[in-house]
Design a protein around this ligand. Structure first.
Ligand SMILES: Cc1ncc(COP(=O)(O)O)c(C=O)c1O
Ligand SMILES: [Zn+2]
Length: 401
């Protein structure tokens, strides 16, 4: 039987979407999936079905799927060449149904909600998770409650609202809102599948399992992932740890979590060798999708990353924007600033001589650039104007690179 487990006190608890934090340690609980003799079901089409033995589901209801996962692993040869990098790949999560990796977690949480007879789901979000939860809630016919932090871009509000959830823009402290949503959820029977929900984290594991097969069952040397609340990277690490526990692999990748410098509480705690994360007074970064100053999975991620031998680092906004442009101009991949932290982090470690030339590196590109259009500064040369008569002379005046 599946259980919840606290990584800090090792206590186990019954699986319950309304009780997802250890009552003693106040840390997020993780799913323990005991199925022994785990196999991959490659005869199936959907990632959740292929990976079923690793997931806390008895079966997968395909009617709830929006086609999440199975995202491409793209080789970034132009970036490799320009920056003298070793083998570099992007796991392009921006092609998920609502254009971010959040769909993997929401898909799993929705499967669980329906299998348990839950009728109301919700989330607390700065953007991507709101859109994703609204979409999956609509597909599953669930009453959906989305609490969005005040200040979200118009694109986020519109692309959440179109699915017609109950959408509330909430003023106030984000950490407090996170905790309040969980207590209100218990009272009102709304399953808040927030950023570090144990089932959401199980959904993120599937990304790692896909990478493992896309590399012909080889372990990459480095996996770079953006970090905010911590849930995503916790899931990515947990999957490789489970592959190791079940004898599929003998070593883990080096995980590199990247935060934006203006909101980097976990990176600070990691660098200062602190046992726990201190919340930051304010978050100031262009990468607003990863701007949680009070990350609920911070302590758990610190613990897991230290065990796994990875690092959590940070990178300033100007390097994030530079990396966003590099991915677009050289590779044709338009990501939101949060996701560009991965390349910015890699370039920083490369400059510091910390990346071996033989390495195989994966960047997890978590969200599509269409979600933050107002932050794009085009160069003058990107937009020109002409009438038809002058078009030829304008074309002739364009300097060729
Ligand atoms: C685009 C993007 N990348 C990365 C993250 C970080 O995920 P987590 O909060 O689970 O650490 C988020 C979180 O919202 C996000 O929206
Ligand atoms: Zn505990």
């Amino acid at each position: 039987m599946d259980t919840f487990e606290c990584a800090f006190c090792q206590k186990t608890f019954p699986v319950d979407p309304f009780h997802t934090f250890c009552p003693e340690c106040q840390e997020p609980l993780l799913c323990k999936v005991p199925k022994s003799d785990k196999k991959f079901h490659h005869d199936k089409d959907s990632p959740l079905e292929i990976m079923l033995d690793f997931l806390p589901l008895d079966q997968v209801d395909q009617d709830l799927s929006l086609g999440e996962g199975n995202t491409p692993l793209l080789r970034l040869k132009n970036v490799e060449k320009n920056f003298q990098l070793p083998s570099l790949y992007a796991k392009n999560e921006t092609v998920n149904p609502s254009l971010s990796f959040k769909d993997r977690g929401t898909a799993l949480a929705t499967q669980k909600a329906i299998s348990l007879g839950i009728e109301r789901i919700g989330t607390v979000s700065t953007g991507n998770m709101a859109i994703s939860t609204a979409a999956y809630g609509a597909k599953a016919g669930l009453e959906t409650y989305v609490l969005i932090k005040e200040g979200a871009y118009r694109e986020i509000l519109n692309s959440t609202g179109i699915y017609d959830p109950v959408m509330i823009i909430v003023k106030g402290d984000y950490g407090e809102l996170f905790r309040r949503s969980l207590s209100l959820g218990k009272e009102k029977n709304i399953y808040f599948a927030n950023s570090v929900d144990p089932f959401r984290i199980e959904g993120y594991k599937v990304t790692s399992l896909e990478i493992f097969f896309q590399l012909n069952q080889k372990v990459p040397d480095f996996i770079f992932s953006p970090v905010s609340s911590g849930g995503h990277l916790i899931g990515l690490i947990k999957a490789f740890q489970e592959l190791q526990q079940h004898g599929f692999i003998t070593k883990l990748p080096h995980f590199v979590g990247v935060q934006a410098e203006g909101c980097s509480p976990i990176a600070k705690a990691f660098q200062q060798n602190k046992p726990s994360v201190e919340r930051m007074a304010k978050a100031e970064t262009i990468a607003n999708a990863i701007s949680n100053p009070d990350p609920p999975g911070g302590n758990l991620l610190l613990r897991m990353i230290r065990q796994a031998g990875g690092i959590i680092m940070s990178t300033p906004d100007e390097k994030i924007l530079e990396a966003q442009r590099i991915l677009s101009e050289l590779e044709g991949i338009f990501v939101q600033p949060a996701s560009a932290t991965t390349l910015a982090g890699l370039l920083k470690l490369t400059d510091q001589g910390k990346i071996d030339q033989e390495s195989r590196i994966i960047l997890i590109l978590t969200g599509h650039g269409m979600k933050g259009l107002d932050k794009i500064a085009l160069k003058d040369t990107h937009i020109m104007h002409s009438d038809i008569a002058d078009l030829e002379s304008i074309l002739e005046s364009v300097p060729s690179d």
